[in-house]
Write a protein that binds this ligand. Structure first.
Ligand code: ZN
Ligand code: ZN
Ligand code: FE
Length: 753
């Protein structure tokens, strides 16, 4: 006869999918189960975490509740499958070794900033990890940048070469410890160590220099205006004292970086507040485990050198996010420039030898360690828009978290664009977007791009059956796709932008997709960039666009915005208008004959033109600089006045707008007024088109929507008329997001949706 108690016993099997490995999920389950007196086991599987628990029904219900509400904050659960089974009579509860099944859809976690417990230990002189630069636990530390394969176990990370000492081993095995199965667990006795090197000094493997002295040496170099190359979490960073303009200038010169703003690391939130306005949301993002660079409005306090971010309305600021950074900032408690360790636009260096070769000529001192970095992962860039974070460069702290789609997708590989490249794979019901790879202009960058494809496919045991790519034949990504030996599908650039926005916001039904950027290959061979689509899933109808104009000089017009201005003057006022503006006979000939002057509908180029006409910026030293300066000009003004932008049929005509700008310039109207009226003309146009199209949903995408004034005003106008407006949050609105849109549109079209 079965004992009465056994009759109520049941066995529950759970499969939890998502980013649940490496966040202390198993210890959490262990605690929960043992507290409730339940028996069974938990283990990591390639699908996520699998649990079997056995006990009375009431306790099992409590267990389910606990799982839902008590799980670790860093876990991202995408789905849970439950099955009730006959009890088998488990004795006790155990954590079982990971299985290695074929189903590789478990999410890989991003790297997490140092938690408060680890931070306390780091600065506690009595703790055995005092001042140890590689301290971590299940709540924090490196993940994506040390993982070589999944399931996530130490033997499949770049920590596998470090055997744990007895103390670390004890923590690792103890289910009640914060470091239970913390895969990168280490201490000064057994883990990675730090040393400094003088570039070019052959004797300098300084492995006998202890952490403390290495970092005080680095702080000395910074104080003297020197450049330090520091091996961080996702690659090397170059650092220099941000208070010294000559030092910052030296870094610009050695790095061959003219004007593009540098990011800053500041020792604490208090110091950030000294220099910037920080809202509650911005504070949350700064302090989050993702610990990205946050774009903040400077408050005008002097102290940060002007050449750190000249030309940008923002300062990009982050807080220290690894023990190494915390220790350095303690030695040097001032704002430092912290920029990717590379030359100009090359990829970030991750290997010690690579850094010696590539950064040796830039840095005065290198801070190096022996924990290998498995893949490059730059610092992410985020800004807060409409009280929510919006990722502009998605890498450390965010990649490779998936975007959940909610429908089965065929295995598509999307290779992204050419600038700010990312790639994506469609796995099951989710799209996994790679970290920011960068511009594919150099051989090195293209090598990193190819490696990222191999890497993502290998980790997820992914075999693509289709490659989605941009239509632009000259993009390095398109060229890679054409020789990949797989069926290909070209996806229009601006459709990919809005599809990415629709995907991350899970837009259902028809919507108006506003796709504005600098450049993208159109379906008719024209360079698009001022497009409106009526879209629904994979179906797109181009319902409106900017009146095309010529770009004399082609690509050189991207850097020299005055060329776009000349072209618009040629259209509106003829040759005399152009000659009055610039005495450039060659340019005039180009326009007269239409030679080397491709047509474009780009709003980004319209920004350049107006910035030039308004006397705000003639050239852009980095992508989008003129537009950024035009946006900044609106800071000092609030107005609803706007220029006329004629809208007839499906074409938005800039002619009356340009004529009005010229009138204002002749009247010596202030650049702020011109800038605001121009922005307002564009937002009014969006509203006009939205009201003509039979849909209540609007998605804004493309690089132009990095402009906060434009987003804020468009959203306000549209919402006041009852539209639901979607913008990007987890995926960049710039070309860093198009791989997601490519993957989805190719998947839908392959399925025949
Ligand atoms: Zn920790
Ligand atoms: Zn140890
Ligand atoms: Fe684009």
């Amino acid at each position: 006869m079965i004992p009465v108690g056994e009759l109520n016993r049941e066995r529950l099997k759970l499969t939890i999918r998502g980013a649940v490995q490496g966040v202390g999920f198993r210890p959490f389950v262990y605690h929960l189960a043992t507290q409730l007196g339940l028996t069974g086991w938990v283990r990591n599987s390639s699908a996520g975490v699998v649990i079997e628990v056995e006990g009375p029904r009431l306790e099992l219900d409590h267990f389910l509740e606990g799982l839902e509400f008590g799980r670790p904050a860093a876990a991202a659960v995408l789905g849970t499958e439950t099955a009730w089974l006959v009890p088998t009579g488990f004795e006790g509860f155990e954590i079982m070794p990971s299985d290695q099944g074929a189903d590789k859809t478990a999410a890989v976690l991003p790297d997490l900033g140092t938690c408060s417990n680890c931070l306390a230990e780091l600065f506690d002189p009595t703790d055995r990890r005092y001042a140890y630069a590689f301290t971590n636990c299940t709540h924090c530390g490196p993940r994506f940048t040390i993982i070589e394969d999944i399931p996530y176990d130490r033997s499949r990370t770049s920590m596998r070469g470090f055997a744990m000492c007895p103390d670390c081993e004890r923590e690792y095995r103890d289910p009640t410890n914060r470091r239970f199965h913390a895969q990168p667990n280490a201490c000064g006795r057994c883990g990675p160590h730090l040393w400094i090197e003088k570039p070019g000094d052959p004797s300098g493997d300084g492995s006998n220099i202890t952490t403390g002295t290495a970092l005080s040496e680095a702080a000395n170099v910074l104080r003297q205006g020197g450049i330090v190359a520091l091996k961080g979490i996702g690659g090397f960073q170059l650092m220099v004292d941000a208070r010294q303009p000559e030092a910052v200038g030296r870094l610009r010169k050695r790095k061959h970086r003219d004007a593009k703003p540098f990011a800053l690391m500041m020792p604490s939130l208090e110091v950030v507040r000294q220099f910037c306005q920080v809202s509650t949301e911005e504070e949350c993002v700064l302090k989050s485990a993702s610990a990205p660079i946050v774009l903040l409005k400077p408050n005008g306090t002097p102290g940060v050198a002007g050449n750190v971010a000249s030309g940008s309305p923002y300062l990009g600021v982050m807080l220290p996010y690894s023990p190494l950074h915390h220790l350095l900032m303690k030695e040097f408690p001032f704002p430092v420039v912290a920029t990717s360790g590379n030359l100009s636009d090359e990829p970030i260096a991750i290997k010690n030898e690579e850094a010696r070769a590539r950064l040796g000529g830039i840095a005065d001192l290198m801070v190096v360690h022996n924990r290998p970095i498995s893949r490059p992962c730059d610092d992410s860039i985020v800004r807060v828009v409409r009280c929510q974070q919006s990722v502009m460069r998605r890498a450390r702290g965010y990649a490779p978290l998936p975007v959940f789609i909610g429908a089965d997708l065929p295995p598509v590989l999307a290779v992204g664009g050419h600038l700010k490249n990312t790639i994506a794979i469609a796995v099951g019901q989710q799209v996994i977007l790679s970290q920011h790879i960068g511009d594919l202009d150099t051989v090195e960058a293209r090598r990193v791009f190819e490696r990222a494809i191999e890497d993502l496919c290998r980790i997820y045991k992914f075999e693509p059956q289709l490659v989605a790519h941009d239509l632009h034949p000259d993009y390095a990504s398109t060229q890679w796709a054409s020789i990949a030996g797989l069926p290909e599908m070209g996806i229009q650039h601006h459709q990919a932008h809005v599809a990415a926005c629709a995907a991350e916001n899970r837009i259902q039904g028809p919507y108006l997709g506003v796709s504005w950027d600098g450049t993208g290959y159109g379906l008719d061979g024209v360079i698009w960039g001022g497009e409106f689509f009526l879209a629904d899933g994979a179906r797109f109808e181009r319902v409106a666009h900017l009146r095309p104009f010529r770009l004399p000089g082609g690509d050189s017009a991207i850097r020299q915005g005055w060329r776009a201005a000349a072209s618009l003057l040629w259209e509106t006022g003829g040759r005399e208008a152009v000659l009055r503006f610039r005495n450039q006979p060659v340019l005039l000939q180009m326009l007269d004959r239409g030679v080397n002057s491709p047509w474009t509908t780009s709003v980004g180029r319209l920004f350049d033109a107006v910035a030039s006409l308004a006397g705000i910026a003639d050239v852009s030293l980095f992508e989008g600089q003129a537009a950024m300066q035009l946006e900044r000009a609106t800071d000092s003004i609030t107005t609803d006045e706007s220029y006329p932008l004629a809208f007839e049929g499906s074409i938005g005509d800039w002619q009356p707008l340009i004529e009005a700008v010229q009138r204002d310039v002749r009247r010596r109207e202030s650049p702020a007024v011109i800038a605001a009226r121009f922005h307002n003309a564009l937002t009014d146009w969006i509203l006009t088109v939205a009201e003509q199209v039979a849909t209540s949903q609007v998605a804004l995408s493309g690089g132009v929507f990095q402009n906060r004034y434009l987003v804020d005003r468009s959203v306000a106008l549209l919402e006041a008329r009852g539209f639901r407006v979607y913008t990007h949050r987890r995926v960049p609105t710039n070309d860093g997001g198009i791989a997601l849109g490519q993957a989805l549109l190719a998947a839908y079209r392959a399925k025949g949706d």
